[in-house]
Design a protein around this ligand. Structure first.
Ligand SMILES: *[C@@H]1O[C@H](CO)[C@@H](O)[C@H](O)[C@H]1NC(C)=O
Ligand SMILES: *[C@@H]1O[C@H](CO)[C@@H](O)[C@H](O)[C@H]1NC(C)=O
Ligand SMILES: *[C@@H]1O[C@H](CO)[C@@H](O)[C@H](O)[C@H]1NC(C)=O
Ligand SMILES: *[C@@H]1O[C@H](CO)[C@@H](O)[C@H](O)[C@H]1NC(C)=O
Ligand SMILES: *[C@@H]1O[C@H](CO)[C@@H](O)[C@H](O)[C@H]1NC(C)=O
Ligand SMILES: *[C@@H]1O[C@H](CO)[C@@H](O)[C@H](O)[C@H]1NC(C)=O
Length: 902
């Protein structure tokens, strides 16, 4: 270790300290008097430091040899701070009566070749008066002992010849007692332990420092010299310096003995994995001549500074005395020391270094002399393998790998991180958003690095498997130990699992009257609320909608008329309704899922009753939101809805009220009305919306049916109508006589003699509408059931009796009676039987009578058959016979057979 101290010293003078900072930090210089020692702290250096000592306007570059000879010591810590220790009795101090000592240092900092050197001067004066009879200092590089001369006197100060080596000028010889100005030091006697005499000048050449101060003799030896010897003291090896200094004056000779003993590091320190123990003999035999020994004080310190017990306790240092030793215990890593990194075979190792100090004071009764003993012991542990840990602080939910790597000493720097696909420098990482940070712990100069890598980055491997994604991060940290830039690396592999976030899913459909909604829950913890239309699904609504939940799904159904449903369009017999369902994030109120289902539902919106009553349901359309349904009216603005709410308006009216119109379209009779907003209200509405117009029509198909149709549409689109069919029937029956009160039964054979007449009645069945008339366009008789068979006898042509018939049919008026509510719906006529007997030979036994009827609007007769004016008999005679052609508007009715008897 002694050797490595020397090396360290050498390094301190030449080493370039690497500091990563871009700017040059300002140099801090701080000096402090620590008893018989001056301490100067310089740093941070970031360059080469050269130290010189100034003496009488001359400067001396401090080389290692000059330092150990003259009482200087230089140390450097890994943070780039230099510490200069100087003995107060150093060769160059300006000494005032051994009480005040001024040391002047010149510092030259060479940061680089391009920057001019920086020069600093340190001047410090230390006062120290409590000199013991003997003061011993064991420094890293020298051993110093100073002893009080028998009595203070007035010798001249030694003179120094300035050259490479320090030399005393002409030393004075001193008489045995007192050592007055006439005495000079001539020889030194070393005990190795064999006696060896050396001239002062030779001793100085060999690196010894000898100074005859006002009251003290100072002797300094390099830590290793051939005139010292090692002695085992209570199991601790110590380097012993034992001298006699010979003073001469004329023929007088006197001498002063001075001895020192300093522990050798190797034998005085032991290490456990966590602790440094330093043993110092409490009775340093070579320094104690008499048996009467008394240990007065023991102090412990670090970096040259004494610590009190509170400070020691805070740092968990221990100091104890046992039978033979003073024992100092230091936990490895404790404050006051520092770690240094090393790389061996790619492994990161550390050493811990701390500069310990012990100060003792003892006295010997026999000589009445006391000794102040100060020893510095820089202790460095053997290489320690302190496992670097990778701490995975990843919280998968944050979708971010969080890694902590450490601890490292403060001299470790992270250079790069290698991923399987690429290598990124720390700057690259930060640019990429990986957040690489260095965290220093101020107490023990240890650091950790943290890194964050988002799961989404391409260096992260994602493996999906049935609802779980495994994210993997493989990385190698590339690190170096400064200032050597010794590289090493640390590999880590991290995995994180994340249950896939699956949002809920919505499905839906309809049957003939309900919407069905099925919601599949997303992954666990996916919180949402359900909106039906604009309403949040409450427990109450859920119950109403048959809500069911089986753990993985829930379902409910909504009737197509429910308030949450909107109507998109209305068609003949169906309405197109839509249900909107939203799954919403309750926190942000944003929709996670939107779902709409629209279906056509069969619905009777308009009904036409046989008694002429019509009803219509006007439904609010989504496209006309501002419409107030209660304000809708039929053609007649006085006819409003008989009931309305915000969703529909219900109208009841008759074929003859509320402006209902009637129209004949081929075989149909149409009653029409329209539901809309009265014009003056329409004008006030928002013009952006389409107008609301519901056409209501009931159509009676003359063939057989009555029809209902309606149309509801905004007026901007093409209008359309659809028909539904109902029954409208015409019936023909045969009365017994012209009173038309009694009729032959349907199945009953009818027998008539040729002298009799046949009394026919035709009725438009189920009509309750007085404004409708039924007219007979054509009637004829056949012998066969088939109405197209021949021969045929025309009875009524174009609504009038056949003019060619010698015995034309006779029309009978129809009047109200118990059976006839609407005479216009009836026609009666009489046919003489002999009409069919023109040819008696051909007389058959049966005839069939057929008619074509038309249904007419009394007020607006459209069909020509509705508008017949039969002329008098003569006119009729002249009238043209028209072919009986089928007209689709004709309603055919037949009766028969009518049996004829002769
Ligand atoms: C140091 O130099 C200065 C100026 O050159 C001079 O005044 C002073 O006397 C010198 N000191 C010594 C001790 O020689
Ligand atoms: C340094 O101190 C911190 C707390 O300040 C502690 O977490 C860490 O383990 C210490 N490191 C070492 C190497 O002792
Ligand atoms: C990364 O850093 C390591 C350790 O400091 C070093 O050995 C290696 O060359 C660096 N790799 C790259 C690509 O810079
Ligand atoms: C829940 O209901 C849905 C839809 O009917 C079905 O697919 C699912 O299997 C059901 N889940 C359970 C756990 O019964
Ligand atoms: C017409 O018929 C419907 C249905 O049978 C009935 O509700 C209504 O009251 C009737 N109207 C009249 C005026 O008789
Ligand atoms: C709709 O119109 C009716 C009659 O004019 C009125 O009483 C009612 O307040 C209106 N409703 C709304 C929602 O405007």
């Amino acid at each position: 270790m002694a050797q490595s101290l020397g090396l360290g010293w050498f390094m301190l003078l030449v080493a370039v300290v690497h500091i990563e900072a871009q700017h040059t930090p300002s140099l801090m210089i701080n000096s402090k008097c620590l008893g018989n020692i001056l301490r100067v702290d310089v740093g941070p250096l970031a360059g080469n430091l050269e130290v010189s000592v100034v003496h009488n306007n001359a400067t001396f570059l401090l080389t290692p040899r000059l330092a150990s000879q003259c009482g200087f010591s230089l140390k450097m810590d890994p943070m780039g701070h230099a510490v200069i220790y100087a003995s107060l009795h150093n060769c160059f101090a300006q000494n005032v009566d051994d009480k005040a000592f001024t040391t002047k240092l010149n510092l030259r900092l060479r940061r680089s070749r391009v920057i001019e050197d920086e020069l600093y001067q340190v001047v410090e004066t230390c006062h120290y008066t409590t000199w013991a009879s003997r003061e011993i200092v064991c420094e890293n590089n020298y051993i110093e002992v100073s002893v009080k001369k028998a009595s203070p006197n007035d010798y001249a100060l030694p003179e120094y010849t300035i050259s490479d080596n320090l030399r005393f000028g002409d030393a004075r010889r001193a008489a045995e007692k007192p050592i007055d100005a006439g005495f000079r030091i001539t020889n030194l006697v070393f005990f190795t332990p064999k006696e060896r005499v050396m001239k002062v000048i030779d001793a100085q050449r060999n690196g010894y420092g000898i100074a005859n101060m006002a009251t003290r003799l100072v002797l300094r030896s390099p830590k290793t010299s051939s005139e010292t010897f090692t002695q085992n003291v209570a199991g601790v090896p110590m380097t012993v310096l034992k001298t006699l200094t010979v003073f001469e004056k004329k023929w007088l000779v006197t001498q002063i003995a001075a001895e020192a003993a300093c522990p050798v590091l190797e034998g005085s320190v032991s290490f456990t994995p966590n602790l440094i123990n330093w043993f110092l003999p409490r009775h340093i035999d070579p320094l104690i001549s008499s048996g009467q020994f008394k240990l007065l004080e023991v102090h412990m310190g670090v970096n040259g500074r004494r610590l009190d017990s509170a400070e020691m306790a805070a740092r968990q240092y221990s100091l104890s005395l046992n039978g033979h030793h003073i024992v100092v215990g230091i936990p490895i890593g404790a404050e006051g020391g520092h770690f240094k990194g090393h790389v061996q075979a790619g492994q990161y190792l550390t050493t811990y270094t701390i500069e310990l100090m012990l100060e003792l004071r003892w006295s010997e009764d026999a000589t009445n002399e006391d000794t102040h003993y100060k020893v510095f012991l820089p202790v460095t542990t053997p290489l320690l393998s302190r496992p670097v840990q990778v701490i995975d602080n990843t919280v998968p939910k944050e979708r971010l790998f969080k890694v902590l790597l450490g601890p490292f000493g403060s001299d470790v720097s992270l250079m790069n991180i290698s991923f399987p696909s690429e290598v990124l420098s720390v700057a690259d990482c930060n640019a990429r958003g990986f957040k690489v940070l260095e965290h220093m712990s101020p107490n023990n100069n240890s650091k950790v690095f943290t890194l964050e890598v988002p799961f989404t980055d391409r260096v992260v491997l994602a493996l999906r498997d049935t609802g779980i994604t495994v994210y993997s991060l493989h990385l190698t940290f590339g690190l170096v130990v400064l200032p050597e830039f010794a590289p090493f690396c640390h590999t880590a592999k991290l995995d994180a699992q994340l249950v896939d976030i699956v949002p809920p899913a919505l499905f839906g459909g309809c049957d003939y009257q309900n919407f069905y909604i099925l919601v599949k829950y997303g992954s666990r913890g996916f919180n949402f609320q359900t909106l039906v239309g604009t309403q949040v699904l409450t427990a109450e609504m859920a119950q109403q909608y048959g809500f069911m939940d089986n753990g993985t799904h829930f379902s409910f159904n909504v009737h197509f008329t429910a308030p949450e449903v909107v109507t998109e369009a209305v068609e003949a017999s169906s309405i197109k309704n839509r249900l909107d369902v939203y799954l919403r994030n309750p926190g942000t109120l944003t929709n996670i899922k939107e779902f709409s289902v629209a279906c056509n539902f069969y619905s009777t919106l308009i009904e036409c009753f046989p008694n002429g009553t019509m009803t219509a349901l006007a439904i609010k359309l989504e496209s006309v939101p501002s419409l107030n349904l209660s304000q809708l009216t039929l053609n007649d603005p006085a006819c409003g809805p008989s009931y309305s709410n915000d969703r529909y308006a219900y109208f009841v009216f008759t074929a003859s009220s509320c402006g209902t119109t009637r129209k004949f379209v081929s075989s149909k009779m149409l009653y029409e009305n329209e539901i809309s907003l009265p014009d003056e209200l329409e004008l006030k509405r928002d013009s952006d919306e389409p107008q609301y117009e519901l056409k209501v029509s009931c159509s009676y198909d003359i063939n057989t049916n009555h029809a209902v149709s309606f149309n509801i549409r905004p007026r901007r689109s093409d209008p359309y109508a659809k028909n539904a069919r109902g029954e409208l029937k015409v019936e023909m029956r045969l009365a017994i006589d012209d009173s038309y009160t009694t009729f032959h039964g349907i199945e009953e054979p009818i027998a008539k003699s040729l002298q009799q007449s046949l009394y026919f009645e035709v009725e438009l069945m189920r009509s309750t509408n007085p404004a409708v008339s039924m007219e007979l366009a054509y009637c004829w008789a056949t012998l066969e059931d088939d109405k197209a068979s021949l021969p045929r006898w025309d009875l009524i042509i174009n609504g009038c009796a056949n003019p060619r018939d010698p015995q034309p049919v006779i029309f009978h008026p129809v009047v109200f009676d118990a059976r006839v509510n609407y005479p216009s719906n009836f026609k009666r006529f009489e046919v003489p039987m002999f009409v069919f007997a023109q040819n008696k030979d051909n007389l058959r036994h049966q005839v069939f009578v057929h008619c074509y009827a038309v249904i007419c609007d009394v007020r607006h007769p459209v069909h020509r058959a509705c508008n017949v004016q039969c002329s008098n008999q003569d006119d009729r005679m002249k009238g043209q016979k028209r072919a009986v052609s089928e007209d689709t508007s004709f309603k055919h009715v037949s009766t028969g057979p009518i049996l004829m008897m002769s």
